[in-house]
Ligand binder design. Sequence first.
Ligand code: ADP
Length: 177
Amino acid sequence: MTTRRAIFPASFDPIHLGHIDIALRASRLFDEIIVGVYDRPLKHLLFDVEKRVALVEQAFEDVPNIRVARYSGLTVEFARQVGALAIVRGLRVFSDFELEFRMALANKRLAPEIEVVALLASEQHMHLASSTIREIASLGGDISTMVPPHVEETLLAHFRKLGDDAAGSVDMVSFRD
Ligand code: ADP
């Protein structure tokens, strides 16, 4: 029997509980999920791809049917390379819908054989976004209910170091998603 495999692609800068929830729920619908960490998105990043991959790997180390891979280039090409039949996305609020719908239509034009499966965000994670979490962490806010402990530690260490290096100033960091 062929493996029903899907990818869950994002930049994961950093991974948070909303992403984890989507990947775990998708892992019950498909035989295998490959979480794809997008190498170089067209936006400012806090963490390099090695760090983002390491944080994602640690988040799923106990889940046998979730694997992690880094990729560059078109998401549909990555899906084809790994033999995925679907791309999983999460839908938070109405504003996600327009973007996700546009991306799904573009991907469908590029790769008609690959389906886009969008899972609705869970109520408790609806508000989570990597950009918000980065900003809260940079200002010393509590992110313990938003990210797993290893991501919290990494963010705290990052901003502690930035603070030490710049004597409290973190204005070289951009928080755009
Ligand atoms: P990217 O950097 O690739 O834009 P995002 O974190 O913005 O990454 O989104 C990646 C995918 O995860 C998208 O499909 C997005 O809708 C979904 N996602 C992000 N945050 C949440 C959340 N809190 N709950 C459910 N899905 C989410």
